[in-house]
Design a protein around this ligand. Structure first.
Ligand code: DQA
Length: 163
């Protein structure tokens, strides 16, 4: 299972500054990511909050069952040492995603406090950025099918829990 985490104001996607963020809603993005991951037999647990602590609590809560995190921290990207620390603390591979090209916008958007805790960053590719990040995580954390099939029952159960 991978976590799909979205920060402040992303609940308003579709109506929020559509000339920058497009018309796709967060629900539609979540559904696209679910479908892409289903092709890898990987589940998706999605969460959005406008509150920093709730994002952190959510990641903590799922740290043992998730294989990675796709995160758009929204405005917290540029400020949140706590989210940076959270990603480091749980030790899961994380990809930071931005719909817009933050590097081509205002100066204050060009630096991310969260990105150094992540494996990589995708910015400016719209909703497809989430898909690419999710597929990378699926591919990177995939276990060879033959191993899953031939492993003893206990290992198979363990593997099943992490899907
Ligand atoms: C954003 C970019 C951030 O600078 C901004 O605060 C957002 C959205 C993006 O997806 O492009 O809320 O993360």
């Amino acid at each position: 299972m991978i976590l799909l985490v979205n920060g402040p104001n992303l609940n308003l996607l579709g109506e929020r500054e559509p000339e920058i963020y497009g018309r796709t809603t967060l629900r539609e993005i979540e559904e696209m990511v679910r479908q892409a991951c289903a092709g890898w037999s990987v589940g998706v647990t999605a969460f959005q909050s406008n509150h920093e602590g709730q994002l952190i609590d959510f990641i903590h809560e799922h740290r043992k069952s998730a294989r990675g995190i796709v995160i758009n921290p929204g405005g917290f990207t540029h400020t949140s040492v706590a989210l940076h620390d959270c990603i480091k603390a749980v030790g899961l591979p994380a990809i930071e995603v931005h719909l817009s090209n933050v590097h081509a916008r205002e100066e204050f958007r060009r630096s991310s406090v969260v990105a150094p805790a992540c494996r990589g960053q995708i910015a400016g590719l719209g909703p497809r950025g989430y898909l690419l990040a999710a597929e990378w995580l699926c591919a990177e954390t995939a276990r060879p099918v033959s191993l899953v099939k031939e492993a003893p029952l206990r290992a198979r159960k363990r593997a099943g829990r992490r899907r």
